[in-house]
Write a protein that binds this ligand. Sequence first.
Ligand code: SF4
Ligand code: SF4
Length: 132
Amino acid sequence: MEKGDIYPRVKCVVDTCTHYVAGDYCSARNIDIMHEEEGRMSQIIEQTMCKTFQPASSFANMLGSLDNVNWGGAASKLFAGGEMVPTVTCTVNSCEYWKDGNHCVADAIEVTGRHADECQDTNCQTFRTKSR
Ligand code: SF4
Ligand code: SF4
């Protein structure tokens, strides 16, 4: 990813993730959207996942995730009413919105999987099978 890249807005409803912020925001600096099964191309939404998900219940995970916090975004959200937007790296190359360099060119994506326990319970709801 290079400076100046444009990223989709991220709405996330995964309230069990340590990066989740009320209002359906994600406070991570970057999220990785991936195929759920390594080496198997996602064909449907359920075969995608947010690999950056970390269960909020684990204190160790919470500490581990501190280096991936979008402090700038959090500050502007809290103090200036700005948007909290993580950058998005996506390897789901079977998706219509995927572009070379692991970019997502959708205007906005939605990450779903309320009450998720692990990455595999989350999905990129915006996934659309690439037309051939
Ligand atoms: S599941 Fe992914 S998009 Fe949602 S809050 Fe966690 S890291 Fe962010
Ligand atoms: S919409 Fe497609 S390209 Fe964008 S993050 Fe989701 S799966 Fe990846």
